[in-house]
Design a protein around this ligand. Sequence first.
Ligand SMILES: Cc1cc2nc3c(=O)[nH]c(=O)nc-3n(C[C@H](O)[C@H](O)[C@H](O)COP(=O)(O)O)c2cc1C
Ligand SMILES: [Fe+2]
Ligand SMILES: [Fe+2]
Length: 403
Amino acid sequence: MRACKVTEKIYALHADIETEDLFEGIWPIPDGVSLNSYLVKGETSCALIDLVRDWCKAPDELCKQLASIDVAIEDVNYLILNHMEPDHTGWLAEFKKLNPKVVIVATAKALELVKSFYKIEENLRAVKTGDTLDLGGIRLVFEEAPNLHWPETMVTYEPESGTLFSCDAFGSFGKLTNRIFDDEYYSEDLKNFEDETLRYYANIVASFGIFVKRAIEKLSKLDIKIVAPSHGLIWREKPSVIINRYLKYANYMDGPREKEVCVVWGSMYGNTRDGLEYVLKGLEDEHVPYTMFRVPNEDVSFVLAEAYRCEGIIMAMPTYEYKMFPPMGYVIDIFERKHIWNRKALRIGSYGWVGGAQKDYDNRIAPLKWEHVEPLEWAGQPDESTGKLLRERGRELARRVKG
Ligand SMILES: Cc1cc2nc3c(=O)[nH]c(=O)nc-3n(C[C@H](O)[C@H](O)[C@H](O)COP(=O)(O)O)c2cc1C
Ligand SMILES: [Fe+2]
Ligand SMILES: [Fe+2]
C-alpha cells in the first residue's frame, strides 16, 4: 500500500493488523485493527507522528509506505510520540538504530518511559502544552492529554489544515485496507466501524471517561477540521461525528444510557437458560430491546461494549460449587475495572441443593453500585409459578430501565 495524502504536507501511513492474537493480550480483533502513523513534510525538516510495534510486519509496511513518498527512515528528523503504549512505540529501538540522529519529541513523562522501555537516552526533547515544532512552512502544536490513554499522553495539532493527531482518542478497531477516510465508505460500512468504535472505547478507553470529557472540552478551543487518530478511520468530511460519538460514550459513564438491556447468561445444563426465557418475555411485554451474550462462549470484549451503552443488565447464572458459575466472576471483574456503574439490574439462576451463587454475586457486585430488582433463584427446572414470577421480574426491570 502507498502512503495517502491528507493535505499537501501531511501523509497518512498505516499497517493493517489481522491476527488471531489479542489486542493488549486480552481483546479479540476479528476485523483487525490499523496502526496509523503520519508524516509531516516541512521545507526544512520532516516529522513522523507515532510509530508501530513489530506486529504482523507493521514495520515493513511503514518503511514501504514511507518509500512511496521518497522518505527513508534516516530522513526523519523528528519522531513525535503522542503515547508510549507499545502498539505505537514497540519498534522504537530498531527505528533508533536505523536513524540514530532522530530527535524524539514527547512529554517529559513519556520520555521517562522512552528511557525505561527502550533504553534510549539521547536526542530527547520534552514538550508541554502550547509548545511548537517548526518544520519550515508548517508548524505543529502540542497539547498534553493525560490519561488518554496513559498518564504521559499528548495530542499534536497542525493549525494550518486543522489536523488533530489524536493517537488513541477517536480511534477504533477494524482494519482500513486502502480506504482510510470517512468519506470513502458507504453508510453500512460505517455502521460496522461504529460498532468497532464502541467496542474499542469500552475495552480500551472506558476506564478514563472523565479524562476523555476533559480532553474534548480542552480541544474544543481548536478549529479541528481533520481528526487523524492512530487506530481506525481518518475523519475529514465530518470530524464532528467521531468527536460527538466519543463524547456520547464518555457520557454513558454517568448516564444517560440507551434504554435497552444487556443480557449476560451462562448455563451448564439449560435450567437457567429456561428460566431466562420468561424474563425475556417480560422485557418484550414492556417493549424494551435486549441483546444476549452467553459466557464464556462469547468473549467479554463484546459483552462489555453492550453493557457500556445499556441502562439495564441481566445476569443469569447457576450455582457452581457453592458460588457463581465461574465465567461470571471474570465478567464482573471486567465490569468493575471498566466502570460499568449504576445500572438497573436483575440476577436470576438455578441451583441444585442449597445454592450459593446469590451470596457470591452480592459480594462481588457491590462495588458497582447497581440498583437491583429482587433476585430470583429456583431449584432445578423452573415450574409455571416460577415462570410467572420471572416474567414479572423482567417487566419490573424493563419499567425501571425506561425510567
Ligand atoms: C460442577 C457443578 C457444581 C455444582 N455446584 C452446586 C452447588 O454448589 N450448589 C448447588 O446448589 N448446586 C450446584 N450444582 C447444581 C446446579 O446448580 C444445578 O444443576 C442447576 O440447575 C444448573 O443450572 P444450569 O442448567 O443452568 O446449568 C452444581 C452443578 C455442577 C455441574
Ligand atoms: Fe493506548
Ligand atoms: Fe493504541
